[in-house]
Ligand binder design. Sequence first.
Ligand code: ZN
Length: 203
Amino acid sequence: MDVKKIYMDSDALLEGHFKLSSGNHSQFYLQSAKVLEDPKNAAALANGVAIQIQDSGLEVDTICAPALGGLIAGFALATALNKRSIFAERVDGEMTIRRGFEISVGEKVVICEDIITTGGSAMEAARAVEAMGGVVVGFAALANRGFCDRQNSEITKKANCKLPDETPFFALEDFTFEMYTPDECPLCKEGKSEAIKPGSRGN
Ligand code: ZN
């Protein structure tokens, strides 16, 4: 499966001059919601992750996605694995499991995102699952931003990856592109464009 092509064809991998939420600048931006607006893409990508999880022999009871970003990917992965699908959401800044979702003691949960960057939200969802007695047995994402080391990839974990070493992380593709502080940004130095916030033009 050519994941990059699926992203490009869906205008989900944008090229330009972007200001990321971290304040850093980048020539590329990933907008996973765009790739998932076609349910066939969501199903195909999630199926690819499901195959990796099944091949690893990992036992899973439930998929839990941090809202909002992980919702569609999590539901699609749960569908592919024929497992329960729940989500965690932020309430007053804290990732919480609500909506009457229950987790039994020892229930094996995979945390699923659309894209894992440093894994911060995924870890917050993992703590919420563990607080209810669940066991986080894996992390999953459709794509990896290159900070964490997923299964079957040569990528080395960066210092800012928050996922634990002992828990497997499954994803289909590494999207590793450079980020620059505004002072060091070569696109700023070129002076032909100003960094824009993705979404600042209504998307
Ligand atoms: Zn710049």
